[in-house]
Ligand binder design. Structure first.
Ligand code: SAJ
Length: 411
């Protein structure tokens, strides 16, 4: 079996590597020279624990190579981005480009798996595109034409734990036909030690979007509680801790907003598909997207009590103990503080990076500062990310500071 993995990003490369280290011949395809060259050297172009060992091993065994052209293969796994187009609709152009490159390579008998998180109906859209390009083929053997099997198997691994969760997470496999689902199961069985659940393609697409929407709605509940608790003058973290003592209550944690490229994005694909019906999911998105403004106002209001205030913003990443700043509410809040408080010095503390991102680098009132210095100098301290370095700060260092702890780590 030869597998071509299209897109060597956060999901495609780990999938390619784990197939290869389990004895499958894998060709990785990517539009980026940097990614292709790095993989062929046995290197990884981004940070993910244990991935580098898998890639280096697979390349040195001759099981994994990367290139820019789409080859002939028995199985194609498409793992390309699905960002927003205008508004909140998904941009399917990367999926379309991958599909158009695969279509001419097909001979009949191949399996085409879409892994990218996608709005309902995308797998069918992809199959229709293949059929439009290749009228000599079919999806089910009709009119005696050779079959191309098409399935959707969404990724559900947590960044930072990808190499573990690829093996330990159950997977949902949706076939356009039952045979497509069965064939896809055989592929994932190569490396996945958990259960593989078969269904149709649209249910699989919705399952993925539903998982992330569930988390988003539950974080929105916690974020709304944080605003309510503030108004009532009580501690939201204590409130949630106490409510969670009930055997059937399990509230998530509030924060400065929801970041990353999954939970803040995927629910909109449901809202765009069924805007009338998806009322709670839309509201949850709005609540979470509104939380950075709540934090900003709290900081602004307190900083304005000082002349030339020094504000320490602890954390820029979208979640703890990673260097990923994409869609990060902490980064957004720090940038807006620099803009709204031109007289203030903003000390940005992010132990996981060496240089400030572009959004902050040009601002004369922002500097990347070690945590100790920032705590020494600051009048106002806003904790935005629960990095381990901040949890360990001795409490006496925080005395006489104005504190805004959005994650409840210093309670
Ligand atoms: N967050 C809170 N409060 C919480 C939990 C999270 O404010 O109680 C915030 C985080 O700080 C962060 C955001 O939510 O800003 C998202 O972080 P996360 O750790 O919940 O999730 P992601 O985006 O890293 O990964 C999610 C996972 N989905 C679910 O847990 C349902 C992962 O399994 C998916 O594979 C991934 O999205 C994806 O690629 O879709």
């Amino acid at each position: 079996m030869t597998v071509a993995v299209i897109g060597l990003g956060y999901i495609g490369l780990p999938t390619a590597a784990i197939l290869a280290t389990n004895g499958v011949d894998v060709v990785g395809v990517d539009v980026s020279d940097r990614h292709v060259d790095a993989v062929n050297r046995g290197e990884v172009p981004f940070v993910e624990p244990d991935l580098a060992t898998h890639v280096a091993g697979a390349v040195s065994q001759g099981r994994l190579r990367a290139q820019k052209d789409t080859p002939q293969a028995d199985v194609y796994i498409v793992a390309v981005p699905t960002p927003f187009k205008d508004g909140y609709e998904a941009d399917l152009s990367y999926i379309d480009a991958a599909t158009d490159a695969i279509a001419p390579q097909l001979r009949g008998g191949e399996l085409l798996i879409l892994e990218s998180t996608s709005p309902p109906g995308t797998t069918e859209h992809m199959a229709r595109r293949v059929m439009a390009a290749r009228e000599d083929l079919s999806l089910d053997g009709s009119r005696s034409r050779p079959v191309v099997h098409v399935a959707h198997c969404p990724e559900r691994v947590l960044p930072g734990r990808v190499m573990i969760e690829l093996v330990t997470n159950d997977r949902i496999i949706g076939g356009l036909t039952p045979e497509a689902a069965t064939r896809a199961r055989d592929v994932y069985q190569v490396f996945c030690g958990a259960q593989l659940h078969l269904t149709d393609a649209t249910t699989a697409e919705m399952a993925k979007l539903t998982e992330n929407s569930f988390r988003d709605v539950n974080i929105a509940f916690a974020n709304e509680l944080s605003v309510i608790a503030d108004r009532l003058g009580i501690d939201v973290f204590e409130l949630i801790e106490l409510a969670n003592k009930h055997p059937r209550v399990n509230i998530l944690q509030p924060g400065p907003g929801v970041g990353g490229h999954c939970i803040a994005v995927d629910p909109w694909f449901i809202v765009s598909a069924v805007p009338e019906e998806a009322r709670l999911i839309r509201t949850a998105r709005e609540v979470n997207d509104g939380k950075p403004e709540v934090v900003l106002r709290q900081v602004q209001e307190r900083a304005e009590r000082f002349k030339d205030p020094v504000v320490a913003a602890l954390g820029l990443a979208f979640k703890p103990d990673i260097d990923d700043l994409r869609e990060s509410p902490a980064l957004g809040i720090t940038t807006a503080l620099a803009e709204r408080l031109p007289e203030a010095s903003i000390l940005a503390v992010e132990p996981n990076i060496d240089t400030l991102p572009d959004a902050l680098a040009d601002r004369s009132n922002v500097s990347l500062t070690p945590v100790d210095d920032a705590l020494e100098k600051a009048d106002v301290v806003v904790l935005l990310v629960d990095h381990k370095e901040f949890k360990n700060v001795p409490r006496e260092r925080l005395m006489e500071k104005v504190l805004i702890d959005t994650r409840g780590v210093w309670r």
